[in-house]
Design a protein around this ligand. Structure first.
Ligand code: NAP
Length: 280
């Protein structure tokens, strides 16, 4: 089995590390963009060779797309236009609806398996790759009935090799849950960091007082804007909905403080504490 990874960043590089430590494949090819990333991926031993996408279509059995979601559609169409009957393509993008809709009528649609491994960090690039990143986490596979049985089995085997458990849902369900949980968390963290940077001009104070919760709350604001902006654009429908609720809650919180409604403020926070029942 030969695997080609398009986009050797945090996710692509981490997949490569786990595959290297397994017997899933004999060769890992990287299809990279910048010379710097390609050199890093090679020098870290993440991939055996850097090749072009045409060469990947010539030599690989499984093509794994780990580029930002705004590039995914174009790459996926390029591959599906040329894919051979034994080859399989999957993507690990954080949005699914727009991508799946873009290729829904493609004659080779069934060689594609849409997936999203729910694992990551705030760091980017091949140097951020981590072995074991996906272990015991959930991978969402979308619209599995649209993929050929052998393609689905191969992609499930890939994720089992990464140590993941599979969940199946349709693309729009995926996008809704991703917006309500993961994407809003990133927006909230970006906005918190921007707010603190605007209000607090004393960098030393930020550093000294970060230990009290700021550091963990703001971690996601270190994430790559190039990677996240297209996710927010593509998942606009569900994101705007959850952002409206979020903004209402912030206003409500502000009003309770402003009007000294202490009991109501406590109630609101106790309601938020209920998250403990789900996340221990
Ligand atoms: P990353 O570390 O920034 O890596 C992205 C890779 O894609 C880099 O190798 C980059 O190449 C390449 N790339 C960027 N723009 C490109 C373009 N226009 N054409 C071709 N290649 C391009 O990002 P990541 O965190 O691994 O995310 C990759 C994918 O995984 C995204 O679709 C994301 O939605 C998904 N995902 C991310 C997470 C997460 O938490 N990070 C979790 C699950 C899924 P250069 O280095 O040369 O620019």
């Amino acid at each position: 089995m030969k695997v080609a990874i398009f986009g050797i960043g945090l996710i692509g590089g981490s997949v490569a590390k786990d595959l290297r430590a397994s017997e899933f494949c004999t060769e890992i090819y990287g299809v990279g963009r910048s010379a710097k990333t390609n050199e890093t991926a090679l020098s870290l031993g993440l991939v055996d060779k850097i090749i072009t996408k045409e060469e990947a279509l010539e030599h690989a059995d499984l093509l794994v797309l780990t580029v930002p979601v705004n590039v995914l559609i174009e790459e996926l169409k390029f591959i599906l236009d040329r894919i051979k009957p034994h080859q399989v393509v999957t993507d690990m993008g954080s949005t699914k609806g727009i991508i799946i809709d873009a290729i829904k009528d493609h004659p080779n649609r069934n060689r594609y398996v849409a997936s999203h491994p729910m694992a990551g960090t705030e760091n980017s690039g091949p140097q951020a790759a981590i072995q074991g990143l996906f272990k015991d986490k959930i991978c969402i596979i979308c619209d599995k009935e649209k993929s050929a049985a052998d393609a689905l089995v191969l992609v499930e085997k890939l994720y089992q090799t990464l140590g993941m458990k599979m969940k199946y849902m349709d693309a729009h369900q995926h996008d809704m849950h991703a917006a309500y949980i993961s994407h809003i968390s990133h927006i909230s963290s970006f906005v918190l960091a921007a707010t603190v940077l605007e209000k607090e001009k004393d960098e030393a104070a930020i550093l000294e007082m970060a230990g009290g919760g700021f550091e963990s709350t703001v971690r996601l604001a270190k994430s790559s804007p190039e990677m996240w902006a297209p996710i927010f654009q593509q998942n606009k429908h569900y994101l705007l909905e959850v952002m409206d609720t979020y903004i209402e809650k912030i206003y409500h919180f502000r009003n309770l403080i402003n009007k000294n409604k202490n009991e109501e403020l406590l109630d609101l926070m106790r309601e938020a504490n209920e998250i403990r029942k789900i996340l221990k």
